[in-house]
Design a binder for this molecule. Structure first.
Ligand SMILES: Cc1ncc(COP(=O)(O)O)c(C=O)c1O
Length: 400
């Protein structure tokens, strides 16, 4: 089946956080302007239709007319095993899989289950803001092993710093973001092995958030950390159809926890969670029949990223942009304008009326950056970027 990702599907009045969530978005403080004309390219979901087999599976569920408590059948676990074996050559056994209604929720449960108040947890900023919230909100301490950005916008790990921080007796956990949001880095087998070795040596538990792992550029290879390293008993991996198949609203994360003791502790802390029949049907259809859709989606995202890069180089020449190895977010460096971050924010959010995500939300390393989600039909991305050009026009004109 061929999908038309250029089609603009109106999401207003569908309870969409991006398109209907203005009050909440203002309350959180992302922007002061949000109205009917706002183009929201912030939170990471896609304005693109999901695979047809998934839609068909949901229709069949609706037609049954009863939506009671549900349990995962063997086909649920088999679909997960099939996907990770065929896509990532990663053999998972059914017992290792734990359903959880969300990845951020899972991070919070893991923090509570495996660390104590005051313990240190390593993260690599700039990073997805709920990592910080899960740590600080539960009374734990953020230990930042900041990623290092070179002049080409390429991020790498400071291993000496990582090791020093892991050695501190109060450091108990490392939350890895892989592929890394917002920098898009896909870590190599060597990098993953090195991180894992340091964690084993220092008894630091790894929670690997790998929910962007299917969304990578052509020519890139994503190796799940649990597949890349020798010892997996100290690794918990978060996987999800939420990101891959754009069903965040169905709340479907699956944790892979090979270590029985950790698995029991996690499930005991979380309490029993049952997925909805929609979630179960969606996962089975997506993982068994969603591959051709994903291949087309990846082409579309890759092409959009190429287009965005060229557009920015030509029309917003002071913004530094690179194509990330993975994810559908782009991390734009606005420092070239020499403006205060508040001024950049005002021009984009208030003048252009485009809603992105301010880089400082990802940590102070992101102060001069803006994160854009390009997982929308290209006409929407084009309009958003044209508007942003308009909001910086006076500077460009003055420079000529
Ligand atoms: C790295 C990362 N983890 C988790 C999430 C949210 O996942 P969930 O909706 O399953 O909580 C996101 C969403 O953008 C993300 O980028």
């Amino acid at each position: 089946m061929k999908y038309n990702f250029d089609e603009i599907i109106n999401r207003r009045k569908t309870y969409s956080l991006k398109w209907d969530g203005g009050d909440l978005i203002k309350e959180i403080g992302y922007t002061t302007r949000y109205d009917e004309e706002t183009l929201p390219l912030f939170t990471a979901d896609m304005d693109l239709p999901v695979p047809q087999p998934l839609i068909d599976a949901l229709h069949r569920t609706v037609e049954h007319r009863i939506f009671g408590y549900s349990v995962c059948p063997p086909a649920y676990f088999q679909a997960i095993q099939h996907w990770f074996k065929t896509r990532h050559d990663w053999a998972i056994s059914a017992e290792e899989i734990v359903y959880c209604p969300g990845t951020v929720y899972a991070l919070n449960i893991a923090v509570r289950a495996f660390t104590e108040q005051g313990d240190g947890i390593i993260i690599q900023r700039p990073v997805y803001p709920p990592f910080t919230a899960a740590i600080e909100g539960n009374g734990r301490k953020v230990i930042n092993n900041a990623l290092q950005c070179d002049t080409n916008g390429y991020y790498s790990i400071d291993f000496d710093d990582f090791e020093e921080k892991a050695k501190d007796g109060s450091t108990k956990m490392f939350i890895l973001c892989h592929p890394h949001n917002p920098t898009g880095r896909i870590f190599t087998k060597d990098e993953l092995q090195k991180l894992a070795d340091i964690c084993v040596e220092n008894d630091v538990l790894i929670i690997a958030d790998e929910i962007h792992g299917d969304l990578i550029r052509r020519g890139q290879t994503f190796i799940p950390i649990a597949k890349a390293v020798d010892e997996v008993s100290h690794i918990i991996t978060c996987t999800a159809i939420n990101k891959t198949f754009n069903v965040a609203g169905l709340h479907c994360t699956n944790l892979i926890i090979p270590n029985l003791r950790l698995r029991e502790k996690f499930t005991e802390t979380m309490g029993m969670q049952l997925p909805s029949p929609f979630t179960i049907a969606a996962l089975i259809a997506a993982y068994n029949e969603g591959e051709d859709w994903l291949e087309q989606l990846k082409d579309y995202i890759d092409d959009t990223m190429e287009w965005v890069k060229v557009f920015i180089e030509q029309r917003l020449p002071l913004v530094k942009v690179t194509i990330p190895e993975g994810t559908y977010v782009m991390w734009l460096d606005f420092s070239g304008y020499g403006l205060l971050p508040e001024e950049v924010h005002y021009r984009i959010y208030n003048k252009a009326n485009v809603l992105l995500e301010d880089g400082h939300l990802f940590g102070e390393e992101g102060l001069h950056y803006q994160r854009i989600c390009i997982s929308s039909p290209r006409p929407i991305i084009k309009e958003a970027l044209e508007r942003i050009v308009g909001a910086f026009e006076d500077i460009h004109t003055a420079a000529v």
